[in-house]
Write a protein that binds this ligand. Structure first.
Ligand SMILES: Cc1ncc(COP(=O)(O)O)c(C=O)c1O
Length: 478
């Protein structure tokens, strides 16, 4: 995987950052804090520490673009891609770039229904019409998208230009990506994978391959999610057989800031260099072993924990399932200083990365086990009723407008009762599994409202809704 000529732990962007921080001079340039805001207010200085711009910071105004392009080209090679850009706008920006790169306004695209809100925003910006692919969900966990679902969608929408997948899902599960990619390519579709949670995939023999290695045309990931990178650091990687490099560039620049934070770019570059180094490999080995150990200890105590032996999934993902009481467990973890990323009544998910030490994960496991000893629960797997499962299994609502038309329409806020029969102006997704029950442009029905309210009553977080209590809905003005 490594480029032999590249020193595994070197990053030209990190070098530029270090040089500037050591000797910032007296820049008459942005950012306006001039590395001296501490003279005005010490805490403001502290919070600005390390903020170095790309232009005039990592390198001179003249040299910065070339320095960045060379680093991105090296990273494209690391993934076997032809094109790579580092984004300071998170995978949100990265997803938007790809929606702006696959077709033209009015084109149809096939989209996994667990797509992140940012993919929806991209569809809206690009004027693409989504045709949904509903992933399989079992006991509240997305288990992947079936090839049959993709084949049916291709047959129904033969003019679709691309397919957008989310692999791995938020809970770490993976579809049979090779089969999906082969099916899509055979039908002439461009394959885009939102691998936001899987930056590390493919960089250890015990990890599943990454999307580019499996033949996807483009992959995005958040370096800040599973790599030791600054918040908002994200990457877009593409092959250019089915995607046009010029269009990718224009789409990226159209939607990116013109003042990128060099510190974010340097941390992304250094994090991927680390991943692709012997040290990164060692840390992944440690991570894999400590997550496996945690999984065994939790299972030994009778808990249901998803793993590579029960699902096709990222083995570094720890997904603790409970019959109920997930939020009480979350409180206990927060009180112990171990706040998990996600918790609802039946699922608790700590994000574990190669920056975690084995003792951190042991402590996490100890606290879960202590909590269970203090408040014993029936420890069987969660029952499917009361989980978010119905969110995926119910029939998709009728789309009465495209997401874009619904976005630009006048909207109003109405009560849940008044919302019946109206067109939703918002995305609403119980999380997990994060499959939207409503997307802008879709009709709100009694079945949809009942389903959302049941999920909320079961303690599932209602993501993206303007009013997560579901007392009101935002609808297109009649
Ligand atoms: C699947 C998926 N894609 C994209 C994003 C957006 O990522 P970011 O927060 O880096 O903008 C997220 C965020 O959680 C996500 O879960």
């Amino acid at each position: 995987m490594s480029e032999p000529e590249v020193n595994p732990l070197s990053s030209s962007l990190l070098d530029g950052w270090s040089r500037f921080v050591a000797s910032p001079g007296t820049p008459f340039m942005i950012p306006g804090h001039k590395q001296r805001a501490g003279l005005l207010w010490p805490e403001l200085g502290a919070v600005n520490t390390g903020d170095v711009p790309l232009f005039g910071g990592l390198a001179t105004l003249k040299d910065a673009a070339g320095l960045l392009a060379a680093a991105e080209a090296r990273t494209a090679t690391r993934w076997g891609a032809d094109w790579c850009r580092y984004s300071t706008g998170g995978s949100t920006h990265a997803n938007q770039v790809l929606t702006l790169s696959v077709g033209a306004a009015g084109d149809e695209v096939l989209v996994a229904r667990n797509a992140h809100r940012s993919t929806l925003s991209g569809l809206l910006l690009a004027g693409l019409t989504p045709r949904w692919l509903t992933p399989e969900v079992t006991d509240g966990l997305i288990t992947g998208l079936s090839v049959a679902t993709l084949e049916q969608a291709i047959a129904r929408h033969p003019r679709a230009r691309a397919v957008f997948l989310v692999e791995p899902s938020y809970v770490g599960t993976l579809s049979d990506r090779e089969a999906l990619i082969a099916t899509a390519h055979a039908a002439g579709l461009t394959v885009v994978i939102d691998q936001a949670w899987g930056a590390h995939l493919g960089f250890h023999e015990d990890l599943p391959a990454h999307g580019i290695a499996l033949g996807a045309d483009a992959v995005i990931f958040s370096a800040h999610k599973t790599l030791p990178a600054y918040s908002q650091a994200s990457l877009v990687l593409a092959r250019t057989e089915r995607l046009d490099a010029g269009r990718l560039e224009r789409a990226f620049d159209l939607s990116a800031t013109t003042s990128p934070a060099g510190s974010i770019l340097a941390s992304a570059d250094a994090a991927v260099a680390l991943l692709d180094s012997p040290l990164g490999h060692d840390r992944l080995s440690v991570l894999l072993a400590s997550v496996e150990q945690a999984r065994e200890r939790l299972r030994g105590a009778g808990l249901s924990v998803a793993g590579p032996d029960t699902h096709r999934m990222d083995p570094t993902k720890l997904v603790v399932r409970l019959p109920h009481g997930g939020q009480l467990l979350e409180q206990r973890l927060i009180a112990a200083g171990l706040a998990p990323e996600q918790a609802d009544e039946t699922t608790v998910i700590p994000i574990v990365t190669l920056a975690d030490r084995p003792e951190d994960l042991e402590r996490f496991t100890d606290v879960v086990l202590e909590h269970l000893a203090d408040s014993p629960l029936p420890r069987s797997a969660p029952e499917s009723t009361g989980s978010a499962e119905p969110a995926a299994s119910h029939a998709l609502p009728t789309a009465r407008m495209t997401p874009r038309d619904a976005f630009f329409a006048d909207t109003e806020t109405v009560s849940a009762v008044q919302a019946l029969g109206r067109v939703s102006a918002e995305v609403i997704a119980p999380y997990p599994p994060g499959v939207p029950v409503l997307v802008p442009g879709e009709e709100i029905t009694q079945a949809t409202v009942d389903l959302l309210q049941a999920a909320a009553a079961a303690g599932v977080r209602i993501a993206y809704a303007a009013d997560p209590t579901l007392a009101t809905f935002q609808v297109v003005r009649a």
